[in-house]
Design a protein around this ligand. Structure first.
Ligand code: DLL
Length: 434
């Protein structure tokens, strides 16, 4: 289902013409209103007038998370503070928070792209949308909330936490759509079972999951357990929040990135050079319409690729592949690069394992060590010790074979790994910082 047929199916040439117009307008605005960008333009020896085609994008300077931190809190805003009607912030695990400000028009655009994402997932006005993303400075809750309202659905602003109570709400209000991080969705499913709520009897049919990395294996597990269609949604606070890109229920082959608002590039994270469609690299995004804190060539650190081939749903907007990892989540274990999702992918191929896992990295006698703790389901847990030991060995062998690193795998009892109400903590890195 399309929310805005005209915009979502804009022929490529028209879309590109619109992008160029908006890119030039953006350059003019930030050059005039943000001293940081004016200086960057001067350093690069360019002016807004240098941009005559989309290919000229590569002349423009990148923006990095550190820039937002350096200008904390409002230094990169392009409008006076009293034009800002909402602030959000992402804490991150290290360093200062990153603060973003929205004008009324920005909020309107955000609701619009979220509504498109919801509609693409198959949500409509008849749905009851249970939002279990956190409400607050995190963009998940309010982002999903206004998008669902825009499509005319009934919204339940549950936020994170009080998980058993949420299971009752799901049942009592007859939720048909669940918005949550995939790990919290599973937690909710477990809590529901414990409190006697059987998902099989609920009218729930769609899950809109994102905000953290997850694998196809985890999608299958969620779909089987919950009896729903699981949709992948992507976004980040710096650019807007959830709704930058989202899958269509028709194809579920990549997430349509709403190109009339966000201009994507994939670059080689080391050289900064643009890579051709299909190649995996770092996603770089330029906000084409944002007024509060427009960003030029923002380096997301997220690794993915672009697919411009036509999608069977009829939307013309480019698709990004499942996020393969963040360049800052990459573990280097004795020189070998490993992403948590790769390990998750291997674990999820085995029956009897739940997608609750944690990767523990340490350093012993100057050597990095890797341990993977993964929970068993109840059936597997009831199995003979000898069989469990064999499974541990097999998983270790697969990790070695496919990823080239030696890991120790430990099967953990059901429900022994900490649950999170938002983004799951997958990596525990105990190595001393040097
Ligand atoms: O996580 C916004 C969001 C909320 C997206 C709800 C989707 C749903 P931040 O807290 O700023 O914003 O974190 C952004 O989360 O750069 C990715 O690394 C990661 N991320 C977001 N969506 C996905 C996804 C929100 N579908 C960071 N798959 C991003 C993998 C994701 N990683």
């Amino acid at each position: 289902m399309l929310f805005d047929i005209r915009q979502e199916t804009l022929p490529r040439e028209d879309l590109e013409a619109l992008q160029l117009r908006r890119l030039r307008d953006l350059c003019g605005r930030i050059h005039a209103n943000v001293p940081f960008y004016r200086k960057r333009f001067e350093e690069a020896g360019i002016s807004p007038a240098s941009i005559n085609s989309l290919a000229d994008l590569r002349l423009l300077p990148f923006t990095e998370k550190q820039d937002l931190r350096d200008y904390y809190p409002f230094g990169l805003f392009a409008v006076p503070r009293d034009h800002i009607v909402r602030l959000h912030a992402s804490s991150g695990t290290t360093g200062k928070a990153v603060v973003v400000g929205y004008t009324a028009r920005d909020l309107d655009h955000w609701a619009e792209v979220m509504a498109r994402s919801m509609a693409a997932a198959g949500v409509n006005h008849a749905d009851v949308v249970h939002v279990a993303y956190g409400y607050g400075l995190f963009t998940g809750g309010l982002g999903a909330h206004y998008g669902a309202e825009r499509v005319g659905a009934t919204v339940v602003p549950a936020s994170g936490g009080a998980t058993r109570r949420q299971a009752h709400l799901l049942r009592d209000f007859g939720a048909t759509v669940l918005c949550a991080t995939p790990s919290y969705a599973l937690h909710l499913w477990e809590a529901a079972r414990e409190t006697g709520v059987d998902f099989a009897t609920l009218p729930l049919r769609v899950g809109i999951f994102g905000a953290e990395p997850w694998s196809e294996g985890m999608r299958r597990d969620i779909e089987e357990k919950m009896g729903i269609t699981a949709i992948n949604i992507y976004g980040l606070s710096e650019i807007m929040g959830p709704g930058v890109a989202s899958e269509c229920a028709e194809a579920r082959q990549g997430m349509h990135l709403w190109e009339d608002h966000f201009l994507p590039e994939i670059i080689d994270p080391v050289t900064g050079e643009q890579l051709p469609p299909g190649e995996v690299g770092e996603l770089v995004l330029t906000t084409l319409t944002k007024e509060g804190i427009p960003l030029l060539r923002y380096r997301t650190r997220d690794l993915t690729s672009l697919d411009y081939t036509p999608c069977r749903c009829g939307r013309t907007h480019v698709r990004i592949g499942r996020i393969q990892g963040r360049s800052d989540d990459m573990l280097i274990i004795r020189g070998v690069n490993v992403f948590p999702q790769q390990i998750e992918g291997i674990l999820m191929e085995s029956e009897g394992l739940s997608p609750n896992y944690q990767i523990i990295v340490d350093r012993v006698d100057n050597l990095d060590t890797l341990e993977v703790h993964v929970e068993m389901d109840e059936n597997l847990f009831a199995d003979e010790i000898r069989k469990l030991q064999m499974l541990e060995k097999r998983l270790q062998k697969n990790i070695k074979e496919f990823l080239g690193v030696t890991a120790r795998v430990r099967l953990a009892e059901p429900r022994s790994i900490e649950r999170s109400e938002g983004k799951a903590r997958r990596i525990v890195d105990k190595r001393p910082r040097d």
